[in-house]
Design a protein around this ligand. Structure first.
Ligand code: ARG
Length: 316
């Protein structure tokens, strides 16, 4: 009896282990228009979720790969999305946009879903500036193409955290990134909404913007300016370390100029839109505190329980 149950257990072990491994979503594998930034490390392996969105053959926005078939970007990147989905493509696994390698994959777009609260005719700042882009077919993950973990709605990022924003946007307002368009990265700390609103309120501007940073937004940058995202970075990822891996905290949305003192960059808050994302991608898993980062294990737990019951029965 004992050898039999042991044999069953040994047979089940790989299944259990595989189950645990697959629930540790692929996005966890990573340890740890950009103004004042620097080129990302030249291996191009650092930010494998970074994508470029091309419109009629030109880079217009960034985006972040979040699943085999899905990219998260900004709604304002798609002003013509209704009639013209076919004019957009997503470029994955790129490092230098004018010097693409065999690691680069270009994908057509199946569907673009803008957040229902986004209204392009709204006066700035934009509300609901977030979009889900469904690829025509799933991409294969490689060392250069991997998704970033999404935070659960309850996740609160620490304001001391040094996050990183990446993109192929302008290096100064009105100054395009020079060829060969090397992906830039810059470290920016998060700034909470209250503080950020008081910064914007203090900046004497015409027309005045009062409390422009809405509940679905988060800021990042330095009081003294100098480091920021800029035009062309929109839709791109603001990644923060969380429970030992990179999690997508924000999507580049808007700012007043770029890198100006006292005017940080404003990002759509990904935890704020997590529920909306899961409505469109029910299989999506989200990072939360306390279980190694991703709650995928929770979803697999019925299978684990069944196997444990089965194991218990073999002991009888
Ligand atoms: N709206 C810009 C774009 O379309 C991004 C602006 C970000 N601005 C900033 N200062 N962080 O690319």
């Amino acid at each position: 009896m004992v050898p039999f149950s042991l044999a069953v257990w040994l047979l089940l072990l790989p299944v259990l282990l595989q189950d645990a491994a697959s629930s540790e979503a692929v996005c966890e594998a990573q340890a740890q228009r950009i103004i004042g930034g620097r080129p990302a490390p030249s291996d191009g392996l650092s930010w494998p979720w970074q994508v470029s969105i091309f419109y009629q053959g030109k880079h217009i926005c960034g985006g972040a790969l979040i699943a085999e078939k899905w990219v998260l970007s900004a709604a304002h990147c798609f002003p013509n999305f209704k009639m013209q989905t076919k004019h957009y493509v997503v470029v994955l696994g790129a490092y230098q946009l004018l010097n693409t390698s065999s690691n680069t994959v270009t994908s057509d777009i199946q569907r673009i879903i803008l957040h229902p609260s986004y209204d392009s005719y709204d006066t700035p700042p934009p509300r609901g500036d977030i979009a889900l882009v469904e690829l025509k077919s799933p991409v294969s993950f490689t060392a250069y193409i991997r998704p970033i973990c999404l935070p659960e709605a309850s996740v609160q990022f620490s304001m001391e955290e040094s996050c990183v924003v990446t993109g192929w946007g302008e290096i100064q307002p009105g100054v395009a990134l020079p060829p060969p368009l090397t992906l830039q990265e810059v470290k920016v700390p998060l700034i909470d909404r209250e503080k950020c609103n008081s910064l914007f309120n203090a900046a004497q501007r015409e027309p005045p913007l009062y409390n422009p940073v809405g509940p679905g937004m988060i800021c990042a940058g330095y009081q003294e300016g100098g480091k920021d995202s800029c035009q062309g970075d929109s839709g791109g990822p603001l990644a923060c370390p969380y429970d030992g891996h990179w999690v997508l905290a924000g999507v580049v949305s808007w700012g007043i100029g770029c890198g100006r003192p006292g005017l940080p960059g404003v990002y759509s808050s990904v935890p704020f839109y997590a529920t909306w994302i899961s409505q469109h991608i029910p299989s999506m898993t989200f990072a939360m505190r306390g279980n190694g980062g991703v709650n995928g294990r929770e979803q697999n737990s019925p299978a684990v329980i069944l196997l444990l019951v089965f194991f218990a029965l073999t002991l009888l």
